[in-house]
Ligand binder design. Sequence first.
Ligand code: NDP
Ligand code: MG
Length: 388
Amino acid sequence: MLNETKKLAILGSTGSIGTQTLHIVKNNPHLFKVFLLSAHSNYMLLFEQAKEFTPKHVVINTLEGYEFLKKNLNKKNTKVSYGVSELSVLVAEKDISLVVNGVVGSAGLIPTIHAIKAKKNIALANKETLVVAGQLIMSLAKKHNVSILPIDSEHSAIFQCLVGEKNKNIHKLILTASGGPFLNVRKSDFKHITIQKALKHPNWEMGRKITIDSATLMNKGLEVIEAYWLFGVSFEKINVVIHPESIIHSLVEFCDGSTKAQMGVPEMTTPILYALGFPERIPHKTDTLDLTKIKNLSFFKPDIKKFPHLKLAYDVLKIGGTAPCALNAANEVCVEAFLNKKIKFIDMVKIIEKSLENFIFVAQPKLDDYLRVDNETRKVVNNLISKS
Ligand code: NDP
Ligand code: MG
């Protein structure tokens, strides 16, 4: 029901997804209240957010931030907690109606598991959680009767196309990709790519990690794995098409030859709104598509020789078990190393490939297996980086 107030826990509230979610809350105070906000280290922004939205709880991961917030926030309004273990307890609080996960990286996994076990529906932007442990997350969600509502624009598009449809009638899922800033750059020129160039996405403003992933097409690879778990179709049925205009956010082809697409201007507010309001739609004043002004919608096959990250994602998905977890850990470490100027753009894929030659494979992983593989892969990759 649209007039029911939902109490939100927003994990990663200081990031791109988190701040856009808070903007929606601000514009819809009759629909949403903030119960909990969490961030990693940006305590000053978390402080400002806490003053504005007066959540019952804030959680921060640094001691410096914890001390500051404890000293400066009004205790009567907001309780301050520290670290992932306290966050994992708080996400289970009975008052929370929806957990929005806007954390970047595999750090989003543990609180998501606790939220699902407490029967909280999850609005999920944090795709790495599904890449690392999709099998575990989806089986827990089923067991606890929890909905995982996608925020990622492609998955929101597919989710919207599937309303009223039966999964057995899906013939193909087609994820669109903008192609990123290097779509028309020759592979031989990739050695000259700088951090500044890689951080300039043509169509979307996002956090740094996903922006680099978009430049390598690893983001699309992670999204193929995310779609596999969210929609329960085999990997052969998941296709990627380059669509530089980012107008069609993804498509579903059905067994009778019909194809549905979801379209809109490229902005994250729409998919966030859809996840927050589901099954209702929340009215929102925004630019809409003027079809008469769209000169061209183009589509072509991704070049996996130029962007081997995408192929790596299909490879690990075929292997299954802990393979996607190892890929994700290797990628997270490489992206950070690139952003810290420790390795070049072209080194990332080489190091990831090397680390995947030998990782701990567990076919039916439990949480401990995922954590071990994540941890060990990070060590291997850091070692490869220090030798490069
Ligand atoms: P940002 O880097 O902008 O924000 C990340 C958020 O996570 C920040 O609040 C950050 O806190 C917090 N965070 C970082 N590290 C940790 C950690 N170790 N533990 C807990 N919290 C942490 O990322 P985005 O908002 O761009 O992306 C978030 C997720 O959403 C990613 O998985 C991304 O792939 C996905 N996504 C994002 C889209 C976008 O448009 N931005 C689109 C589709 C999906 P702090 O600020 O303190 O560092
Ligand atoms: Mg996306």
